[in-house]
Design a binder for this molecule. Structure first.
Ligand code: NAD
Length: 285
């Protein structure tokens, strides 16, 4: 494949790398973990040695498949069905995790969705659904995780931090996105929630960060990559000349969850092939 004539790739475009056990002995919860980025993150955390709760809202079989794959890598895992926008269901999920795994060291607040509409036609249901899952869902999960981190404190044999939260944001916390105002608003909200929380709890040695994925090949955005025309169009937005894969995000998440990133606090790590570099300005402006 050349960068000037991209075709839709059928196999992973990310380089193959051997997993390392950077997270041995840690307990992780990944929301929205039976599809796309969350699935990739949950499997990678397991391969890095963490035991993982695989949250999902529907799709029992795909959640079980993720659990099986994590167990094959030698880590423990179980699936937990909960709607992250429900306060009661989130509380029940954390209770179950603490009963089964004893605690939580890593939260990856990943669950998210789109309900696209022209602004003047957007319904309250579309607005509330996206804000409820993408933003309130992250608030509810982060609040439960922080409560447990504060209760437990640092366990030096496990990690030098008292807990880590990774918020799955998007390049659209920064890049406006017409036709998707509810989604971009949710991601902009995640940015300042993450930064405010990171500032508040850093003195307790709790690290809160975000990942801002660019275009990653998952079911959320199939129409943006599943034909050669769409893929070529997408490439005009990506200086690096390839689509992202869930494992590109998963590797960033493993690093952000590990002590290798111990001094990284309140940052959004864009993993986007340069999408936030305003590629239109490479030849214009
Ligand atoms: P996806 O559709 O493959 O996965 C979304 C996951 O969220 C699914 O497992 C789904 O079941 C889950 N989910 C939805 N509603 C839920 C709820 N109420 N409670 C619990 N789980 C729920 O999409 P993806 O691309 O893997 O998206 C994952 C995250 O990455 C989202 O936050 C998304 O905004 C973000 N993101 C994706 C891209 C991309 O290009 N794919 C880019 C930027 C950000």
């Amino acid at each position: 494949m050349t960068t000037s004539e991209p075709t839709t790739p059928t196999e992973s475009t990310a380089p193959a790398l051997a997993p390392q056990k950077l997270l041995a002995g840690q307990k992780a919860l990944v929301t929205g973990a039976n599809s796309g980025i969350g699935r990739g993150v949950a499997i990678a955390l397991g391969q890095a040695g963490a035991d993982v709760v695989v949250n999902y809202v529907d799709g029992d079989d795909s959640a079980s498949a993720v659990v099986d794959e994590i167990r094959r890598s030698g880590a423990n895992a179980f699936a937990y069905k909960a709607d992250v926008s429900s306060e009661d269901q989130v509380a029940g999920m954390f209770k179950s995790m603490i009963q089964q795994f004893g605690t939580i060291d890593i939260l990856v607040a990943n669950a998210g969705l789109q309900r696209d509409s022209a602004f003047h036609q957007m319904t309250m249901a579309q607005w509330n659904m996206v804000l409820g899952v993408n933003l309130t869902g992250q608030f509810l999960c982060a609040r439960e995780a922080i409560r447990e981190f504060l209760r437990r404190g640092i366990v030096p044999s496990v990690s030098c931090a008292a807990g880590k939260i990774i918020c799955m944001s998007s390049v659209h916390q920064q890049i406006p996105w017409g036709g998707h105002a509810n989604y971009a608003t949710s991601k902009g909200g995640i940015k300042l929630m993450m930064e405010s929380l990171a500032q508040e709890v850093a003195p307790k040695r709790i690290r809160v960060n975000a990942i801002g994925p660019g275009a990653i090949r998952t079911p959320i955005n199939t129409s943006a990559w599943n034909t050669p025309e769409a893929y070529n169009q997408l490439m005009t937005l990506i200086p690096y000349g390839r689509i992202g894969e869930p494992e590109d995000i998963a590797r960033a998440a493993v690093w952000l969850a590990s002590d290798h990133s111990d001094y990284v606090v309140g940052t959004t790590l864009f993993v986007d092939g340069g999408m936030t570099l305003y590629p239109g300005f490479a030849t214009g402006g």
